[in-house]
Design a protein around this ligand. Structure first.
Ligand SMILES: C[S@@+](CC[C@H](N)C(=O)[O-])C[C@H]1O[C@@H](n2cnc3c(N)ncnc32)[C@H](O)[C@@H]1O
Length: 268
């Protein structure tokens, strides 16, 4: 039986704002899962490995859950200076406990001031977070603004060659890790692949681009018109000039080709 989705008070219908997730599910799941390198998806591991800068990078993780990425990066690459931002209070508290070396900032990334977060990160990562928000475009721009010139932004996206969906009424996901269609919901933003590439290039100063991903079925708790999506992780290097660098997309051909066409059209 499916119950009515719990639409949190902070996201009244018709108003675009980020949902302040309050479900204990996030802490329950992310304190046990995605805390070791081998628990991350192949697309995430391949992309991070490809662009890892070496040394001891300063990493910002937007929507960090319980800070598992910080632990996993340290396990895989050695040292890292890790800041996690997390809107769910329970998960943020667990992150500070699980990863005591991390700087954990509880709250909505979008409403945090610059002095709170800082900028000029070597790497800004957002895995399954930006597209769990009603303010996708604003989250994307703000994430990019936190990358220093020469640094890299890594994010996961759900792609289609069809028309995308950025409306919580049309595409959403129950935050329920037992697979039940009940509890709090999050937007499940699906993007048209070439449209995403256009948006990324319009961020400005986009240098080298790398992507890795594959087709798969949406998770059991997603309520979305799509039966197949491309789950892609993209890495964008920030250049100091607005020059389109090398683009390597290890994505299914029907997704990669229109994205590459957008890049070709935008080359100076
Ligand atoms: C699907 S979980 C992914 C967690 C983690 N990034 C991972 O990949 O293991 C998304 C997380 O982002 C957090 N989140 C969503 N929107 C956020 C926002 N605007 N600011 C901060 N955290 C946010 C959620 O509370 C949730 O913990």
């Amino acid at each position: 039986m499916s119950l009515e989705p719990v639409r949190p008070d902070s996201a009244p219908s018709g108003v675009k704002g980020n949902i302040v997730f309050s479900t204990p599910e996030l802490r329950r799941y992310f304190s046990q899962n995605r805390v070791r390198w081998d628990q991350f998806y192949e697309s995430e591991r391949k992309t991070i490995e490809k662009v890892w800068p070496g040394g001891v990078p300063n990493v910002l993780d937007i929507g960090c859950g319980c800070g598992g990425l910080g632990l996993a990066l340290e396990e895989r690459f050695g040292s890292v200076i890790y800041t996690g931002v997390e809107i769910n209070t329970d998960a943020a508290i667990a992150a500070a406990r699980l990863n005591p070396k991390a700087r954990v900032l509880p709250g909505d990334f979008l409403s945090m001031g610059q002095s709170e977060i800082g900028d000029s990160f070597d790497m800004v990562v957002s895995l399954s977070c930006i597209d769990w928000n009603q303010t996708f475009a604003e989250m994307l721009c703000k994430a990019w603004s936190k990358v220093r010139p020469g640094g890299t932004f890594i994010a996961s996206f759900r792609l289609t060659t069809d028309t995308g969906r950025d409306d919580i009424n049309e595409s959403y996901q129950y935050i329920n890790y037992d697979g039940h269609l009940e509890g709090e919901i999050a937007p499940y933003v699906v993007l048209n692949a070439p449209d995403l590439m256009r948006r990324l290039l319009s961020l400005g100063c986009v240098g080298r681009v790398f992507g890795f991903g594959y087709f798969g079925a949406p998770g059991k708790t997603a309520v979305t018109p799509f039966s197949q999506l491309c789950f892609a992780v993209l890495a964008l290097k920030k250049s100091s000039a607005n020059e389109c660098g090398e683009v390597e997309l290890m994505l299914p051909e029907e997704i990669a080709t229109p994205m590459l066409e957008v890049c070709a059209r935008n080359r100076p």
